[in-house]
Design a protein around this ligand. Structure first.
Ligand SMILES: Cc1ncc(C[n+]2csc(CCOP(=O)(O)OP(=O)(O)O)c2C)c(N)n1
Ligand SMILES: [Mg+2]
Length: 584
């Protein structure tokens, strides 16, 4: 919830937890804030100073646990030993959380320090110091743009405000640049704008992926260029992409961290876009028309085959049709989120601020608490949480928080497919037909929600969704919609059956190849009258070679038993044991 508040407000969300189990419980939120560059401060209790290092009750060394910042949890961990210095530490925590690349800070509060009475000064409200891009860098960027033929902008990350969102749009318009949004930062650029090309994340539109791969200049604006935004570092090859790369980011430590960009500019996003819109554009650009084509491909990707009885693309489109434009959408992790990413059109920061709360860390359980936080922070706005069944079960108890604190315009749509569908998808793809631990044994989510004081409805067919959602909006009280979806409907593009069939085909093809190879060798060996079935050219490594020999000899032995008196290939059995997957 604190992370979501940080995302929505741009100022640190505040979270207080007890020591030990409280801190470990909060770790997933800290990690989420780190990967999303969200300002957040976690205050953690600590054992009294005179008990330290005894592994006293619930004691943990939080500097070891959460720090240092380079390891990917907290940006900074401070431990306050004197109550007199609390203002200094808290002021630093706010500055650190908001400045440079925003992120989470952990402040540790030993028990004895908490009861001291002090007369420390109250420090002024912290406003983050912001960095503008260097003017020389802007000139270089202009030169790169003028030399480009197929430029592309990927925008996202944190630290934006409404003005910066509007400035980004003007920059794109001035230069007619196609713009994609980084993974789970889809609200950075208005998805309805004719220059919008789509989201650059999991399940990316293949045409968009091809466009980025074929670009000759990529301007990464605010995004970290992580694994999800770069298609596993393939759209932009690490460390030296094929495309020319301009990387603009608020954290100097992110610049050059993975990519050797052609131009790197350190700037806060609130300033960067305003600087970019001041770069003078020529009357015409070499790539005129390509942005319109990119947008047409985005629109074409909005079309999908009809799925019966429950069509998730229609569910998302119905949501957008019925819900007000400033609705905040939240989700966690799971294949279900793919429908939201593909079909929800976020409106751009200049219109309603952030409207997408979603973890780039892929933390399941994020969406519901984020939605509760959003509903309490913005009681005038609708908040819609789309969640998987596995995802919901991670933090479903937050229904009580919503009820207890009087959230109203809050809807949670649970996509119940009875499985950790993402994991099942991977199982079918790599080990077809071998399902392991991915089934879920779900409650009646609607009944569960009613027990928490929520309204609830079941939906099993596309046609039922619209009226159920309309009732939820009308009700003005938290409502859970329990959607039952066939587990076979794996993603917005394919089914489990198709994934399994393809994988089985691959396995069959592989087996056929091995069989042909073995048969060919056996035939060759018969032809040349060789007693040894295994001679040369087998596998590259010793272990694989040993394994293939054993396999070949075994198959030979089973299928082509040698004639009496003829020496059988027994020497292979003297080979050392082999532990490769080829073992037979
Ligand atoms: C806290 C956490 N645990 C585990 C994972 C790994 N994981 C990613 S998606 C997923 C399954 C999601 O299941 P569900 O919410 O039912 O969505 P579905 O894929 O079925 O649509 C899992 C286990 C994760 N991302 N986060
Ligand atoms: Mg599921």
């Amino acid at each position: 919830m604190a992370e979501a508040q940080g995302k929505l407000s741009g100022r640190p969300g505040i979270c207080f937890v007890t020591r030990g189990p409280g801190a470990t419980n909060a770790a997933i939120g800290v990690h989420t804030a780190f990967q999303d560059s969200t300002p957040m401060i976690l205050f953690v209790g600590q054992v009294a100073s005179d008990q330290r290092d005894r592994e006293a009750f619930q004691e943990i060394d939080y500097r070891q646990m959460f720090g240092p910042g380079t390891l990917g949890l907290a940006k900074w961990v401070g431990e306050v030993h004197s109550a007199e210095r609390l203002p200094e530490y808290i002021s630093r925590a706010f500055h650190t959380a908001m400045q440079g690349r925003p992120g989470p800070v952990v402040l540790v509060l030993p028990e004895d320090m908490l009861t001291q009475a002090i007369a420390a000064p109250v420090l002024p409200r912290v406003e983050p110091v912001r960095a503008w891009p260097a003017p020389g860098g802007l000139r270089d960027l202009r030169t790169l743009l003028l030399a480009a033929e197929r430029p592309f902008v990927i925008a996202g990350g944190s630290g934006w405000d409404a003005e910066a969102g509007a400035a980004l749009q003007r920059f794109a318009e001035n230069w007619q640049l196609p713009v994609g949004c980084g993974f789970r930062f889809q609200d950075t650029f208005d998805n309805r704008h004719p220059l919008y090309a789509g989201d650059v994340g999991i399940g990316i539109n293949p045409k968009l992926a091809a466009r980025i791969a074929a670009a000759d200049l990529v301007i990464a604006l605010g995004v970290r260029l992580g694994e999800m935004t770069t298609g596993g570092y393939t759209l932009l090859q690490a460390p030296r992409p094929r495309q020319r790369l301009v990387h603009i980011h608020s954290g100097p430590e992110e610049l050059g961290r993975v990519y050797a960009a052609d131009l790197m500019l350190q700037a806060s996003m609130a300033c960067a876009a305003k600087a970019l819109e001041s770069i003078a554009a020529p009357a015409t650009v070499a790539w005129a028309g390509s942005a319109a084509q990119a947008h047409a491909e985005y629109e074409a990707n909005q079309l999908a085959d009809v799925v019966a009885p429950l069509d998730m693309s229609q569910v998302v489109k119905t949501m957008q049709r019925l819900l007000p434009p400033d609705t905040i959408y939240t989700n966690g992790a799971g294949n279900y989120s793919g429908w939201l990413h593909r079909f929800c059109r976020y409106h751009g920061l200049q219109h309603h601020g952030r409207t997408q709360l979603a973890p780039t860390s892929g933390a399941m359980g994020y969406g519901l608490p984020a939605a509760v936080a959003a509903a309490l922070l913005h009681p005038e706005r609708m908040v819609l949480n789309l969640t998987g069944d596995g995802d919901f079960l991670m933090n479903g108890q937050e229904l009580a928080t919503a009820t207890g604190y009087g959230a109203r315009k809050l809807i949670s749509v649970v996509v119940d497919n009875g499985t950790y569908g993402t994991i099942r998808m991977h199982q079918e793809r790599d080990y077809p037909g071998r399902v392991s631990g991915s089934d879920l044994f779900n409650p009646d989510f609607a009944a569960l929600a009613r027990a928490y004081g929520w309204r609830a409805d079941h939906v099993t067919q596309t046609a039922e969704f619209e009226s159920a959602l309309a009732r939820a909006i009308e009700a003005g009280t938290p409502t859970l919609l329990h959607l039952r979806l066939s587990a076979d409907v794996s993603t917005s593009r394919t089914t489990l059956t198709a994934i399994r069939d393809t994988a089985l085909q691959r396995v069959a093809n592989g087996a056929a190849r091995v069989w042909l190879w073995l048969s060919a060798r056996v035939c060759a060996q018969r032809l040349i009258g060789c007693a040894r079935p295994c001679s040369t050219g087998w596998a590259r490594t010793w272990r694989a070679g040993v394994a293939s020999m054993r396999l070949q000899a075994r198959v030979h032995w089973v299928l082509k038993r040698p004639r009496a008196g003829q020496p059988r290939c027994a020497w292979w059995s003297k080979m050392p044991a082999c532990h490769s997957s080829w073992s037979v």
